[in-house]
Ligand binder design. Structure first.
Ligand code: SAM
Length: 285
């Protein structure tokens, strides 16, 4: 594969299972003139697994400011650079923000090479609403800042997604219990794609207990997902199948009873089902 000259590639890498590196990512990492990595030792391990020999430079949160000018110069000279982080997609709670901005400010094209990210991975298996969600990364370390921040999210309708480390999982769940209603669904996605992958589907009021009763639940990496206010998005109209059920019910029951049953089955608001039921019975009479 020949890479375009002087371009910055943002390359996603696995979040656990090394087989999750995409075919395109392998090609880009093989062909880039330089691979900028958060931890070069860590990235060398991944590259070795795919037989890739690359020129590596370290870019982490403490040197990003200094290194980005050098990388912009290299890019301007026509070399291609691939940016990777230790896991998942760079810039998602990872370094790279300054470099991407410096590159685009200098007219350098920034090309995504998508792949794993813990936030999307967790959402995809959570069973919580995905049509609207908010990603908040790591919560503030200080307890009172954390509680204040969580308080601002109480009325959010979308699913709330957080990253958390094993050191603060207990505190985070304690704070969730103090802020969010006990019955809200909560999913703990631990060590995804790794040997000890564990997905716990619980509610806010019971999550802490689930973590305290099993020491393994305090090890590894976590994504925490909390159902938004109002939970899953309600369908706002009846499908053809729903209308057929309603018609069948109307043959046996009253408009009120049929609407109640169909609303309960489908999640469509009762008022809406009631008007549809009235319309059907009017047509039939
Ligand atoms: N850039 C990464 C991404 O795209 O997901 C995130 C990097 S951030 C420094 C690391 C955090 O992501 C962890 O503390 C954890 O909250 C989450 N994470 C990463 N890998 C994970 C995994 N395999 N299972 C669960 N959470 C994970």
């Amino acid at each position: 594969m020949t890479l375009k000259k002087g371009k910055l590639y943002i390359v996603a890498t696995p979040i656990g299972n090394l087989d999750d590196l995409t075919y395109r990512a392998v090609q880009v990492l093989k062909s880039a003139d330089l691979v900028a990595a958060e931890d070069t030792r860590h990235t060398r391990g991944l590259l070795a697994r795919y037989g890739i020999q690359a020129r590596l430079v370290s870019v982490h949160e403490h040197n990003e400011h200094r290194v980005r000018n050098r990388l912009v110069r290299i890019l301007n000279e026509g070399e291609s650079v691939a940016l990777v982080s230790d896991a998942g997609t760079p810039l998602i709670s990872d370094p790279g923000f300054g470099l991407v901005n410096a590159a685009s400010d200098n007219g350098i094209e920034v090309i995504p090479v998508p792949g794993p990210s813990a936030v999307i991975c967790a959402l995809s298996i959570s069973g919580l609403a995905t049509d609207r969600f908010g990603f908040y990364g790591f919560l503030p370390r200080n307890r009172s800042s954390r509680q204040t921040f969580l308080g601002t999210l109480l009325g959010e309708h979308g699913t709330l997604v957080f990253y958390e480390s094993c050191h603060r999982i207990v505190e985070a769940l304690e704070d969730f219990a103090g802020i969010f209603p006990a019955g809200r669904k909560l999913v703990i996605a631990r060590e995804m794609t790794k040997r000890h992958e564990t997905i716990v589907r619980t509610v806010v009021g019971e999550a802490l207990e689930r973590v305290l009763e099993d020491p393994n639940m305090r090890k590894g990496e976590f994504v925490l997902l909390v159902e938004g206010e109002g939970g899953k998005r309600r369908p706002d109209q009846l499908s053809t199948e729903h209308v057929e059920i309603l018609e069948l019910l109307l043959e046996e029951c009253s408009v009120k009873k049929s609407s109640e049953v169909v609303s309960r089955i489908t999640g469509v608001r009762r008022k809406l089902v009631y008007s549809a039921a009235l319309e059907i019975s009017r047509r039939k009479s």
